[in-house]
Design a binder for this molecule. Sequence first.
Ligand code: PMP
Length: 287
Amino acid sequence: MTRIVYVNGEYLPEDQAKVSVFDRGFLFADGVYEVTSVLDGKLIDFEGHAKRLARSLNELDMRAPCDSDRLLEIHRELIARNALVDGMIYLQITRGAPNDRDFAYPARETEPTLVLFTQSKPGLAENPMAKTGMKVISIEDQRWGRRDIKTVQLLYPSMGKMMAKAAGCDDAWMVEDGAVTEGTSNNAYIIKDGTIITRNIGTEILHGITRAAVLRFAREAQMKVEERAFTVAEAQAADEAFITSASTFVMPVVELDGKPIGTGKPGPVAARLREVYLEESRKAAMH
Ligand code: PMP
């Protein structure tokens, strides 16, 4: 089955979908994105993603191509047209394609580019990595200073992923001024004496939609949460560690820079949070 994607008002087979060479997303990484998970054909936390998207656009003074009701309609249409059961919907908005290359923003009337496509991942919630855990390395955080805006400027995170692969690991945690910021495409957490510790939100990290939900569930379950910076040494001495993101949910981390964390196996707190997150998210998912 050929994948049907959405580009600027049209649903097209993926090989017929085109974006201009002058698109500012292509030339300047002048674009924002969101990734929303789909489980059993239903959208996980669509509202959270729509809100963050609106915030990203606002922070960059970028025009929204349409309102969030219309975005929801497109998400639903893509799920239907691609018979998507488990996977993700990727959405990208750029500042459009004026007919030339210029650092200055184009006129406000320039139509933004809107692209959405599905990624099918059968059994997304049964990722075997949840049983084995991930190995991560630490790398210097060399990204720009507005990581709270979800831009398509993802070259350094891609490089980080490759550094992790070269080291035989699954991902990299980025470190700035001696403290962990986040993973290449996820938020980072440690657990010490029952307390969940994760970086406080600010401009240094992306305000993860999964992060917000997981912390809410943890607090509802009377677990202690500390939102603060932590070091690599602190993480290596922790009882457990894990990451969160829309497509991995809650995923245990069992090794950092070659040192086992806790028992070196996925721990009970991360496992419980994963279970609760998946259960609650499925309940609240939108058709
Ligand atoms: N931090 C970064 C740098 C990310 O790229 C992502 C995933 N897009 C996250 C955190 C997790 O955010 P979310 O839970 O909204 O997927």
